[in-house]
Design a protein. Structure first.
Ligand code: SAM
Length: 285
């Protein structure tokens, strides 16, 4: 059985996210050899091709014409043509057009060949110093404040590392919203202008990042950003022994909650915050 019906091939070709030297040999060879390059912006891709001395046919493929152009490209692929899909920067489809075309290739048994290459999210994650064992990619946060805050709030207990894309226009608002909805002490990383001249990777608690970024307008009014948020970590459970609980109960029968916590923690030489949490829970019952 011929799995691919002898059709053409759709190559998914990542392109640099800033530094043209990040193009791969295979990407160049593919861009040179395919019949058509479908690109987000013809002018933009022309600059890339010119730099590498490649001449080929370019057709526009962007979020405004994706549906019509997908049908057109599928017809070409069915006739045996080879097509390279590129976006302005990075890996096509990752917050860039292409998913509808690829879905149709699967439906029509058209062979898809993805090339590995630059992607801002993964490059930033690799340098973040935040665990990458489990992560989720959230793309761009909503532009409306309320929707953005609601989404961040819904992610406050997400245990996986979270990756977002953010523009220079909203980076301060986004960090402020992270502080309000997730917490000022949550560890975050801002990766700006990766692979470019003003590349900067800054890692700290959200509130410290906010004051740092506000200090100098060059830190927020230029460039592209990836924001990485450390996943939620369950607070460590502290076991309160029966002995401590008894002391607390006796003191509480004659003293205020605050005084009982303070005295019990002194008697047993323990952290008063942990005891306070226990006391609050007990009072609520
Ligand atoms: N497909 C691309 C990829 O694979 O990364 C992403 C395209 S998305 C439309 C553009 C966003 O990616 C930017 O707004 C920014 O958040 C992020 N980005 C792209 N290049 C970047 C860079 N050099 N440094 C930091 N972030 C970048």
């Amino acid at each position: 059985m011929n799995l691919f019906n002898n059709t053409g091939i759709l190559y998914i070709v990542p392109t640099p996210i800033g530094n043209l030297s990040d193009i791969t040999y295979r990407a160049l060879k593919t861009l040179q050899e395919v019949d058509i390059i479908a690109c987000e912006n013809i002018q933009h891709t022309n600059i890339l091709l010119k730099h590498f001395n490649i001449k080929n046919i370019l057709i526009s493929f962007n979020k405004n014409n994706e549906i019509e152009q997908s049908s057109y490209l599928i017809k070409k692929l069915k006739k045996g043509k080879t097509i390279a899909l590129v976006s302005n920067a990075g890996t096509p489809v990752i917050n860039d057009p292409g998913y509808l075309l690829i879905k149709q290739c699967h439906i029509f048994n058209i062979k898809i060949v993805p090339l590995p290459g630059p992607c801002a999210a993964i490059t930033a994650l690799s340098a973040s110093g935040i665990s990458s064992d489990r992560f989720c990619y959230e793309g761009f946060l909503p532009s409306k404040k309320k929707t953005r805050c609601d989404l961040l709030y819904s992610l406050r207990k997400e245990k996986r590392t979270m990756i977002f894309y953010e523009s220079k226009y909203r980076i301060i608002d986004t960090i402020t919203d992270i502080i309000n909805e997730i917490g000022k002490n949550r560890h975050i990383v801002i990766a700006r202008e990766i692979t470019k001249k003003w590349e900067m990777i800054y890692s700290n608690k959200a509130e410290i990042i906010l004051s740092w970024i506000k200090e100098d307008q060059n830190r927020y009014n230029k460039g592209e950003n990836v924001v990485i948020i450390d996943g939620y970590q369950e607070p460590k459970k502290v076991n309160i022994s029966e002995n401590i609980k008894n002391t607390f109960s006796i003191l509480r029968s004659v003293l205020s909650l605050k005084q009982s916590v303070l005295l019990t923690s002194k008697i047993h030489k323990m952290n008063k915050n942990n005891l306070y949490k226990y006391a609050i829970k007990k009072e609520e019952k």
